[in-house]
Design a protein around this ligand. Structure first.
Ligand SMILES: *Cc1c(COP(=O)(O)O)cnc(C)c1O
Length: 421
């Protein structure tokens, strides 16, 4: 459920008309709904009610400071994967003891930054990382709290580019080697083992792979405890999918997920952490774009819009589907026709949809891409020297630009000319 609904035939974000935002900031732009962000956070928080838990928003999905602050004020922790994200979380007011640091390539300077500023735990992904973390922590007279990310070798049945829990993926250590690696960790004085971490992939639309992975984590917890380790925290990762295509069956809800977690892991008495990204931010955002031209090709009509793959790369990168709707609702029973919906970038990959049934549209009409709040703005680039598009946050009947569009001068002046030119 989101808060982007038609009222009298006009698309709204909460109580603000999309057309009003378009007139104020120009197209294309991203718009996020505060109520939807909070609703999704609360859905997870409530789903884990009854278990000691912390929802750590995976901020790589959408790391705008205003989005982070909205969630931080609601009590969210954060899952970060870089120094930049760590500093963003801190800047949004998240205390170090609610920040977890994930990622396969943490550098010495990133580790230092987090140990200096405070960290809930590092999710360690390899033995070499463990050794570096131990050395850096000792050099600072600190002890780094860690979980070790195990790779449970389950098939998440999601797109290959976002599956992470199979043995061929680069993430975590094979679960079969976990006892040995925990033994090594326990012998390192710079580390304090606090639990286990697992994250098997993104956009999962079925609970079964999660359940298989968590059963393996439950067994491992008991083994590691028998080996003498303190396992008091389980970080279960993110990955629950969202309904990108409204006509498809809806993925499981956070309540179903929470009940499954309770069933598979509740008896262990561990503190539970989860790291949802997409499910919190995805359906809380739209990308709004204007039709520039309608071009009739051989046997097909193209809607050429002012948004492009550099603004929203998911269709080009993951073959992702986004519902695309007109900002002015079509009359009931209005005729539909197929369009190829494309951007202006000089790549055939700059195609958002092929033969998509839409009401008849003309130049100047606005269209909205649903489910664009996660892995949208954060993955944008300035390819073709297109300016990063603005982000807008709605709160009830108010809206604010939370990242403005840069000027072309700003973009050009970011480059420097060597003195020989
Ligand atoms: C990407 C990622 C997440 C978030 O995944 P979503 O599918 O957005 O929920 C959580 N944890 C880790 C370690 C990740 O890499």
């Amino acid at each position: 459920m989101d808060h982007f609904l038609y009222r009298d035939g006009a698309l709204f974000a909460e109580d603000v008309a999309i057309s009003e935002i378009a007139a104020a900031v120009g197209t294309p732009f991203y718009v996020y709904s505060t109520a939807t962000l909070l609703r999704h956070f609360k859905a997870f928080d409530d789903a884990l009610d009854g278990m000691d838990h912390l929802v750590c928003y995976a901020m790589k999905a959408n790391s705008n400071q205003a989005v982070l602050k909205t969630l931080a004020q609601a009590g969210a922790g954060m899952d970060v994967v870089s120094a930049g994200e760590y500093l963003r979380a801190k800047a949004a007011g998240v205390p170090g003891d609610k920040i977890v640091f994930s990622g396969v390539g943490k550098t010495v300077s990133e580790i230092r930054l987090a140990l200096e500023g405070g960290i809930r735990q590092f999710n360690v992904e390899s033995e070499p990382e463990m050794e570096v973390l131990d050395a850096v922590a000792r050099s600072m007279d600190k002890v780094a709290p860690i979980t070790i990310r195990v790779n449970p070798d389950v098939d998440a049945k999601t797109h290959a580019k976002i599956a992470t829990g199979k043995s061929e993926n680069k993430f975590g250590i094979p679960i079969a080697r976990a006892r040995e690696v925990y033994r090594m960790a326990a012998a390192m004085p710079g580390l304090e083992v606090v639990g286990i971490d697992v994250h098997i992939g993104s956009q999962l639309t079925d609970l079964t792979p999660f359940e298989l992975a968590y059963q393996k984590v439950a067994e491992l917890t008991e083994q590691l405890r028998a080996d003498g380790h303190t396992i008091r925290r389980l970080d279960l990762g993110g990955g629950l999918g969202i309904p990108y295509e409204r006509s498809n069956a809806a993925p499981p809800l956070p309540t179903d997920y929470g009940a499954m977690v309770q069933k598979t892991l509740g008896h262990l008495g561990c503190e539970i952490e989860i790291e949802p990204g997409r499910l919190i931010a995805g359906n809380a955002g739209l990308m709004v774009s204007e039709v520039i031209y309608v071009k009739s090709g051989e046997g097909r009509d193209f809607l050429i819009i002012d948004g492009a793959m550099n603004d929203l790369i998911r269709p080009a990168m993951y073959d992702a589907y986004h519902d695309i709707v007109p900002v002015v609702e079509a009359e009931a029973g209005a005729e539909q026709q197929p369009y190829d919906i494309v951007g202006p970038v000089c790549e055939s990959g700059d195609t958002f949809a092929k033969q998509r049934m839409m009401p008849k549209l003309v130049a100047g009409d606005l269209v909205a891409f649903r489910s664009a709040g996660a892995y949208g703005a954060v993955m944008a680039s300035e390819y073709n020297s297109r300016a990063l598009i603005p982000e807008v946050l709605v709160h009830g009947d108010q809206f604010a630009v939370i990242r403005r569009r840069p000027t072309f001068d700003e973009m050009i002046n970011r480059d420097t000319i060597p003195e020989w030119l």
